[in-house]
Design a protein around this ligand. Structure first.
Ligand SMILES: Nc1ncnc2c1ncn2[C@@H]1O[C@H](COP(=O)(O)OP(=O)(O)OP(=O)(O)O)[C@@H](O)[C@H]1O
Ligand SMILES: Nc1ccn([C@@H]2O[C@H](COP(=O)(O)O)[C@@H](O)[C@H]2O)c(=O)n1
Length: 242
């Protein structure tokens, strides 16, 4: 169980305009090694001990989950897929089950408070403080709810950039029996992605936190772009599997 004793790193704002790996490495290195006294900013009231948070964004089927599995294996992060948490909630006895099911069928975004509470529950019960939050935030409302409820911002944001026709192909070939892996729902999810998720991606680009990964290529080729962003965690001398 962890509690945020101190707010967000002032270094985050000092490197706002940075888009390159070296600057991000510097910021992350500082976060991992110094445990600097962090300052409250942007009206956020941090509630927990400072975890290391990575948001993993991209359209449906771009390969987020596949790359998250490799990051977990290599760097020992805790993977929280917002979609998986919502699907698990449907299977439980939750009051929200049918609402979530209908939203997923229609490719709509579930009310943020529901999703953030599921993420919060997982974060609070995890001994691992390095989180990969996959498929979240999907819209501005998601982003704000996370900041308000969790009281934290991401340290890193990954965006897997993939052409629509490739995303459609990957979703339709996925074969995992997902209720939303059909052409009608995929079209709706792509519209939601364009209208609501891209603005969040742009928001993080402006803050200098976004790392765009070209999601075309083999799984290993894509991971070659991802790896350097996390390798700094190793160099900072942290254990890979906490
Ligand atoms: N680089 C790749 N090339 C070809 N297929 C891939 C690649 N990466 C992942 N896939 C396949 O594409 C499908 C979608 O991948 P994945 O489930 O990782 O995407 P996702 O972004 O997590 O999707 P969603 O947001 O819909 O949950 C899977 O069947 C996966 O095996
Ligand atoms: N932040 C989120 C994430 C997901 N959803 C809903 O789940 C569906 C599947 O999500 P995947 O990440 O597994 O593709 C998605 O289409 C949404 O209906 C959500 O509401 N909010």
């Amino acid at each position: 169980m962890w509690r945020r004793a101190t707010p967000l790193s002032p270094l985050i704002s000092s490197f706002k305009s940075s888009f390159c790996i070296q600057q991000t490495e510097h910021r992350i290195f500082e976060r991992f090694t110094t445990g600097l006294p962090l300052q409250e900013k942007d009206g956020i009231s941090p509630k927990y001990g400072a975890p290391f948070i990575t948001f993993v964004l991209g359209g449906p089927g771009c390969g987020k989950g596949t790359q998250c599995a490799k990051i977990v294996e290599t760097f020992g992060f805790k993977h929280l897929s917002a979609g998986d948490l919502l699907r698990r909630e449907i299977e439980s006895d939750s009051d929200y089950g049918s609402m979530i099911l209908n939203s997923i069928k229609e490719g709509r975004i579930v009310p943020s408070e529901v999703t953030v509470k599921l993420i919060q529950r997982e974060m609070e019960s995890s001994d691992n403080k390095k989180f990969l939050i996959d498929g979240f935030p999907r819209c501005e409302e998601n982003r704000r709810a996370f900041e308000n409820i969790i009281g934290a911002e991401p340290d890193l944001v990954l965006f897997f950039d993939c052409p629509e026709d490739e995303m459609v192909k990957r979703v339709l070939n996925r074969n995992e029996g997902r209720i939303d892996d059909n052409i009608d729902t995929v079209k709706k999810r792509l519209k939601v992605f364009q209208a609501l998720s891209l603005p969040v991606i742009n928001y993080y680009a402006k803050k200098g936190k976004l790392h765009t990964i070209n999601a075309i290529g083999s799984v290993d080729e894509i991971f070659e772009q991802v790896h350097p962003l996390f390798a700094v965690c190793k160099r900072a001398g942290r254990r890979e599997t906490t």
